[in-house]
Ligand binder design. Structure first.
Ligand code: KDO
Length: 379
């Protein structure tokens, strides 16, 4: 599986001419995201989406007045990266691998600036920062993409993707190509590779018997700040509450939240195990991040530079994927040694109830006909 996984998704997107339609939301780091404040139910063609699209179009058009790409005093092409990831996590370390690869293969051509911990842009604000010409690269989530590409919400649905190999087969195949084309058209972002963020599990402050979704009733479960994330938390049976990643440790420590969900490697890297007592192996989301570059920056590169950059993104994703998979397989033992209880619930009960919640939701209305079957059939 590890070998298979090494082959990262690389989708060479055709240049996109139309300005993209993405809402402005790159506010200074910290606080909850714009989306967290928007609690109206998701509608494919809701007035909210139209307003968002209009605001985004305005931002994109004004960005066209800016130089196509930023250059440093040394004449290097500036590549700014922003991520909420903590330095210890693989999807933070992979950016150093990306930078090293470019320094090796394109010496003196790029100035790669890596900003971790959401220090440059707050979590989820990266796509708009890219549209405004303030950021060149980021690893964006399906949840962020869904805001402008509603059909992408199929990858925010619990239990849709079976496992990491299935995830790679989807995004290296025709489904991935189709959806990344939509990302390029609507967000003006070229996806270069797909990273496995890990399989999300529940992580509780106090020990609780959890067999079925009913057992999570009343549990204040922190989710990232958007209505798509909150939908997932509520579909699991808990009471979802939004909080930025950087505030989760304190929230667990002080008890303002009862639980959070993240893949095991992130629970280790962000040290959430220090302030929690249980991990419930719900495996509810095989989560991914997509390394994307703003098309304005992408189009300003020569074909040779594009090739080197795409290769660096593949190398970085492969580094993340391999290490994360290896670590994920060993972490249950680590958490047990740290004194946490690791329990397995009735997975069928969770799967059934979460699937029903999504299939009956407005999200499913935006999924292309037959897409669930195509995803299931991806090998
Ligand atoms: C989180 O906030 O729980 C999450 O895991 C959501 C992901 O989409 C991603 O933003 C991730 O945080 C950050 O990269 C921090 O690991």
């Amino acid at each position: 599986m590890l070998l298979y996984f090494r082959v990262c998704t690389t989708i060479a997107q055709p240049p996109v001419e139309v300005p993209s339609l993405q809402p402005p939301k790159n506010e200074p780091a910290g606080g909850t995201t714009e989306a967290a404040c928007l609690s109206t139910p998701h509608m494919t063609h809701s007035p909210l989406l139209n307003r968002r699209a209009l605001l985004y179009k305005t931002a994109a058009l004004s960005a066209l007045a800016l130089p196509a790409v930023s250059a440093t005093a040394q004449g290097k092409t500036l590549l700014r990266i922003s991520t909420p990831a903590v330095p210890e996590d693989w999807h933070a370390k992979m950016w150093t691998v990306f930078k090293d690869s470019l320094e090796r293969n394109a010496a003196g051509e790029f100035d790669v600036q890596i900003n971790l911990n959401g220090a440059l842009f707050k979590q989820g604000a990266e796509p708009t920062a890219m549209a405004r010409g303030n950021l060149e690269l980021a690893a964006i989530s399906a949840f962020d993409i869904t805001k402008l590409v509603p059909e992408f919400s199929i990858f925010t649905a619990g239990y849709m993707v079976r496992d990491p190999a299935h995830q790679q087969s989807i995004f290296t195949g025709p489904v991935g190509a189709e959806l990344f084309k939509a990302v390029a058209d609507k967000m003006d972002i070229t996806v270069l590779s797909t990273c496995y963020l890990g399989t999300r599990q529940l992580n509780l402050r106090e020990v609780r018997t959890v067999k079925t979704p009913t057992d999570l009733k009343g549990l204040k479960l922190r989710m990232p700040g958007s209505k798509e994330w909150l939908f997932l938390g509520n579909a699991l049976g808990a009471t979802a509450t939004p909080l930025a990643f950087g505030e989760v440790y304190l929230g667990l420590k002080t008890g303002t939240i009862d639980a959070q969900d993240n893949p095991l490697p992130s629970i280790r890297a962000a040290k959430f195990y220090e302030v929690t007592k249980q991990i419930v192996m719900t495996s509810h989301l095989v989560d991914g991040l997509f390394i994307g570059i703003a098309n304005k920056a992408w189009r300003a590169l020569s074909p040779a530079q594009q090739k080197k950059l795409a290769a660096a993104a593949q190398t970085a994703a492969a580094f993340n994927n391999d290490n994360r998979l290896q670590e994920e397989a060993q972490l249950v033992n680590f958490f047990k040694k740290e004194g946490l209880q690791v329990t397995v619930p009735d997975l069928d009960a969770f799967r059934k109830s979460v699937r029903v919640a999504y299939l009956q939701s407005d999200y499913a209305k935006a999924w292309a006909p037959g897409m669930v079957d195509r995803i299931n059939a991806s090998r």
